[in-house]
Write a protein that binds this ligand. Structure first.
Ligand code: AHR
Length: 508
């Protein structure tokens, strides 16, 4: 068995946990919307055609914010198509995913779903095939109370109250050559700045996100952010980051270390944003919206035959996740939390069926994928203030990221002592070692009188084990034994390839 030590201290404060860190993403893509969240013929459908079983899982997942309606889809989206009587809405080609969009589900259906799910909407505007006017029109339609042509149209379409959407994404992945209406950084920067300026004329209180790079592997990574921010710095609050990870060439060790890449990505974008800040002698800081992140077996998708025709809601990238994927997702959550001082919004991409924590079958059940669990536990327990953890851990060598720590950790502390969870200290930890458990000694001397409440572990001797239609609960967190705190130290065992949640409270 390997050994490691960890010190936690309320003085090691990073920042408060932003509630938007536990966001997700609903795109009109594959079966995320159709037969995912919306299926009027389903036995569990409610009066709005929304799947109650999926809604229940969304609430259990604990997502706080949903980015909508894309993704690549948004770059061809005409929002006007998606409002008004459903029978009158046009059917369109969706160029992004080579499918047919019926518009049976649109803005109002989404607003009703978001209300029922208890989530905030993060709306994306189309800056691929459209521009300033359409973005401002959409904003007026959604948020203006009444008394103008567009706001009255919303009221006539059944929404007396404005949708009140505060956070808006200025396009999607505009650096990507695959994007409909792809632009250079100069072209996008100008358009985003003018769109933001006009949107702020409608409502200066909006929170706006400029597109950063669609991955840190893009050839323009770094220079894209710098150029775009030179244009939009005064107009936006966030720059976006997107990252998807997968196990390549059977290199499990590197795959498990993916959070090291996310750390590096975040720190590079923060450095770039702060470089622009320094040049402009600005006081304002730009934060990061990591609004697409997950495990995605992208190389499998790229080698698939896209097929003929323009199907409606085809099965696209319905990746089935295993234990190792869940450990990586847990590590990525730790990375996001560790950078809570600058990453104040993030979206697990996506929510249902399409590279998603929730799977559903048309007419059939819905279930939790393995990655559901680390997300749900972090959303539920990682609250209050993020604490940097001081760990002394063995390391291992990876082909892709060099030497990385075997264990990765972060802690959160609910400093407010009122309420049922007052004072709670949560330690999230992954063990990335493929064969060895780690005995972790946690130094709790800065938390006198704290006792463990529980230690749960997600691990499995079969690391490729997954949750499926027929075995939906094969992989889930299970209780692990906890010992006493002795001389201010708690010792826990982290199984090989495991995700761990250790919760403590003041005694008494
Ligand atoms: O989430 C799937 C796709 O990944 C999104 O549409 C796009 O923004 C990204 O490339």
């Amino acid at each position: 068995m390997l050994s490691a030590t960890l010190a936690v201290d309320p003085a090691f404060r990073v920042a408060d946990v932003s509630h938007r860190l536990f966001g997700s993403f609903v795109e009109h893509m594959g079966r995320c919307v159709y037969t995912g969240i919306f299926e009027p013929d389903h036995p569990q459908a409610d009066e709005d055609g929304l799947r109650r079983d999926v809604l229940a899982l969304v609430r259990e997942l604990g997502v706080t914010t949903i980015r909508y309606p894309g993704g690549n889809f948004v770059s061809g989206f005409r929002w006007e198509d998606s409002v008004g009587p459903a029978a009158d809405r046009p059917t369109r080609l969706d160029l992004a995913w080579h499918s047919t969009e019926t518009n049976a589900f649109g803005l109002h259906e989404f607003a009703r779903w978001a209300d029922k799910a208890g989530v905030e909407t993060m709306m994306a505007v189309n800056l691929g095939t459209r521009g300033v006017k359409e973005a401002v029109d959409l904003l007026e339609y959604c948020n203006h109370p009444r008394g103008t042509a567009l706001s009255d149209r919303r009221v006539a379409n059944g929404a007396k109250d404005p949708f009140g959407i505060r956070m808006w994404c200025l396009g999607n992945e505009m650096d990507g050559p695959w994007q409909t209406g792809h632009k250079t950084a100069e072209e996008y920067g100008r358009l985003a700045a003018e769109t933001a300026r006009a949107m702020r004329m409608v409502d200066p209180g909006l929170e706006l996100v400029a597109c950063g790079s669609s991955s840190s592997a893009m050839p323009t990574f770094g220079s894209w952010e710098a150029t775009v921010l030179e244009h939009v710095y005064d107009q936006v609050d966030y720059i976006s980051c997107h990252a998807y990870y997968e196990e390549l060439d059977g290199d499990l060790a590197s795959f498990l270390a993916s959070p090291a890449d996310m750390d590096h990505f975040i720190e590079a974008v923060v450095a770039t944003a702060d470089h622009v800040r320094a040049k402009r002698r600005a006081t304002k800081r730009i934060n990061l919206s990591f609004d697409e992140w997950n495990v995605w077996y992208l190389s499998r998708y790229r080698t698939q035959d896209p097929g003929d025709g323009w199907p409606v809601a085809p099965r696209v990238i319905e990746d089935q996740y295993n234990v190792a994927d869940a450990i990586v997702v847990g590590g990525l959550l730790i990375s996001l939390l560790r950078h809570s001082d600058r990453v104040t919004a993030a979206c697990l991409a996506q929510l249902v069926n399409v590279i998603a924590p929730i799977r559903s079958e048309p007419g059939g059940p819905a279930w939790r994928q393995t990655i559901f669990h680390p997300f749900a536990q972090a959303a539920r327990y990682a609250r209050g203030t993020v604490l940097r953890t001081e760990a002394s851990t063995p390391t291992y060598e990876t082909a892709r990221y060099g030497e990385v720590p075997v264990i990765d950790t972060v802690a959160t502390h609910i400093t407010d002592s009122d309420g049922p969870d007052g004072g709670e200290l949560t330690i999230l930890a992954v063990n990335r070692h493929t064969t060895d458990a780690v005995e972790l000694a946690i130094d709790l001397r800065a938390f006198p009188g704290y006792m463990p409440v529980e230690h749960t572990v997600l691990a499995d001797p079969e690391i490729r084990a997954a949750n499926t239609l027929h075995h939906p609960d094969r992989v889930r967190p299970r209780a692990a034994p906890t010992g006493p705190v002795t001389d201010g130290h708690l010792t826990v065992t982290l199984r090989p390839i495991s995700w761990n949640v250790i919760r403590l409270r003041p005694a008494g």
